[in-house]
Design a protein around this ligand. Sequence first.
Ligand code: PLP
Length: 414
Amino acid sequence: MHPVHQPDGMQNIKTRLVHEGEHGERRPGGVPTALPIYTSSTYIHPDTASLDNAFNARSGDSQYVYARFGNPNTAGLEAVMTAAEGGRGAVACSSGMSALYLALLAAGTPRGSIEPHARHILASQDLYGATHTLLRDFFSAQNVPVSYCDPTDLAALRSAVQSHEPDVVLIESMSNPLLRIADIQAIAEIVHQMDARLIVDATMTTPILHQPLTQGADIVVHSATKYLGGHADVTGGIVVAANGMMVDVAQRYARLLGTCLGPFEARLVSRGIKTLALRVREQCVNAAQIAQRLSAQPGISSVIYPGLPTHPQHELAGRQFHGLYGAMISFELRNADRQAVFRFMDNLKLILPATSLGDIYTLITYPAISSHRDMSEETRHTRGINDNLVRLSVGIEDAGDIIADLDQALQNSY
Ligand SMILES: Cc1ncc(COP(=O)(O)O)c(C=O)c1O
């Protein structure tokens, strides 16, 4: 069976995102241009020797036995993401959280072993809330020590790596909601000096801004629920690894734990990825205009956007993200308490108060009541996540319309 046809001669990421992993099985009657959705849970082989062979198949071999082990739709998604990230293979997962879990298992598995058991995980202090909880309630609870550091402070990171001797380091390419940027190349060098492995959750930056594996990371993870899917209609995740052994370990645990992505979801994510380059570039252009406008608004006391020269890692962002600055903006409403923020958000007419990011729609979230709800007020404030801070995920609507909505909501809230 050869369902995944890969045209030759495709180099540019924009081309690969459109064609890689796509197109149906070669049949006498014609090849479907779009890969069909394979709902079958089992696969029949011409003889038992072929079935035996298919049982040995690895991710990317285009051999299927049972849907929990993989199917043509997840294989197509894995192929396009492997190409997009410059990896050796990928494992499609049911969510960003299951992708992070598998990545931690794969990175924590010693070379030559099949038993996942990290000795020590060093993680960024600014991780997505559920990732923090996964480390605390799952890994720490199973006696894997976890410590935290600020990955934007390279000296502190080096000293944490030297003192804790972690075998796994986990960071996000852009933190939430303060949009701090980690220098992947510099961090990878420090991590590799201690023979540890670096996982980068690049959900916020996507392969359009950068490819962490080509900058030295060992594993890159995405919540496909965000930019990859892009249309608020699918939940998924993906792990892409720089070496085959980590792909095999991630795949082995995906099959055992049943963290597989369904064929319909894989199709939706693959379809989203075809327009990823167009969407993300448009979102970045919109975000730059909106950040400028917000900076000139007297009702706003501070704007955090990597494209503004005032951002602490503005220069690094420009270099690392090839001139793009992402489509996330955080800002503080001047002298606003919780009620004033609620008023502002309720006055928005176009921008949606939905707890996610990376969609075609512009979304607003209030970290104090959503992503950082479980953090004590004191810790939140120490981290710089104040009660007047909101986060915007800029969509593909007309920038003028988004700006007009923000302007009217500000005017009507004060
Ligand atoms: C940076 C980041 N990583 C991982 C996740 C988890 O993804 P999912 O909700 O698809 O499990 C999220 C969700 O918001 C996220 O923002």
